[in-house]
Write a new protein. Structure first.
Length: 316
């Protein structure tokens, strides 16, 4: 089978499409024929060598956190059937060998769920990591409630566009911070206000009950825009954001929180519910064939887009 792999740490050109053995599912596992995968920040960080302490120096490494496709085979003790349309994520500790940007992937059965009915795999793949991260942040970490004022920084990205929609569905007043050219698209997704991050300083907006940051810069400045008892979380980890998170710990409830999304079948069912009810729709910026996954990584790193870059693997 064909699989995208990291052959060395570095630029997107380090990605290659190689022929590898098709895996076989064991007990409690499912073999998925992958139709699409999306590009996520962790993929580019690993490819560039940013986690080499964890990933080591043995190549090749797999790439692709999420996927959508069709069950091709099952091991013992699983409820899924061959032919089921599913979406899911790879197992964290095995993501460097089993990864979503490949024609087939084996995953534990509890890491997949039924894909929303009628949703093409290219669109489904765009929502898996972005959608579950946004849902984890807003619902489980920040406990967003209807009527609260929310700021989403980096609102045009994959997590940002999902967060704007989910927050709108939860009944929040949503302020989006992004490039001005994305304002119309973000309002269509449910943003009540949109500000240009290039011309808007933190002191000109707010206050907010909840802030979701996907940028990782100026965290202290935005934390000051929280109301008493307000909550803030960031998904962007860097040297500066880690320092800001540590320094904010003295502020109790108003500290800056981090989160990690490790979606299981229950979370995927919840996400599918938002899609089915119309509270969440895919936002796909561009689609690339597996053979051109390097261009998808380049587009992700350039930024300035609305939504996700998706890699079409087969049949999507």
């Amino acid at each position: 089978m064909k699989a995208a792999q990291i052959t060395r740490y570095g630029a997107p050109e380090a990605l290659r499409i190689n022929d590898v053995d098709r895996p076989a599912p064991g007990a409690g596992e499912v073999l998925v024929s992958v139709e699409a995968s999306s590009v996520n920040g962790l993929d580019t960080i690993v490819r560039a060598g940013g986690l080499r302490v964890v990933t080591g120096r043995r190549f090749p490494l797999g790439v692709g956190l999420d996927f959508a496709g069709v069950v091709a085979a099952t091991g013992g003790g699983v409820r899924h059937q061959v032919g089921d349309r599913v979406w899911g994520t790879v197992q964290p500790l095995k993501r460097y060998t089993a990864a979503g940007a490949a024609e087939y992937v084996v995953v534990p059965a509890d890491r997949i769920g039924p894909a929303p009915e009628g949703l093409p795999s290219v669109e489904a793949a765009s929502l898996v990591v972005a959608g579950t991260t946004a849902l984890t942040a807003l619902r489980d970490t920040l406990h967003l409630a209807g009527g609260e004022r929310l700021l989403v920084r980096g609102a045009a990205g994959g997590v940002g566009t999902a967060a704007v929609q989910l927050a709108h569905a939860m009944g929040a007043h949503v302020t989006a911070l992004s490039r001005s050219r994305h304002a119309e698209a973000l309002r269509e997704l449910g943003a009540d206000e949109v500000f240009d991050y290039g011309t808007t300083t933190p002191d000109r907006i707010g206050p907010f009950d909840v802030i979701l940051d996907t940028v990782g810069r100026e965290l202290h400045s935005y934390r000051r825009r929280l109301t008493r008892g307000g909550r803030m979380a960031t998904i962007a980890l860097s040297a500066s954001s880690v320092a800001a998170i540590a320094a904010s710990s003295v502020h109790g409830a108003r500290r800056i929180r981090t989160l990690s999304s490790n979606p299981d079948a229950a979370m995927l069912r919840d996400l599918a519910g938002y899609v089915t009810s119309g509270g969440l729709r895919p936002v796909v910026d561009s689609v690339y064939p597996l053979a051109d996954i390097a261009s998808a990584h380049q587009a992700f790193e350039r930024g300035g887009v609305v939504g996700k870059q998706v890699v079409k693997v087969s049949g999507a």
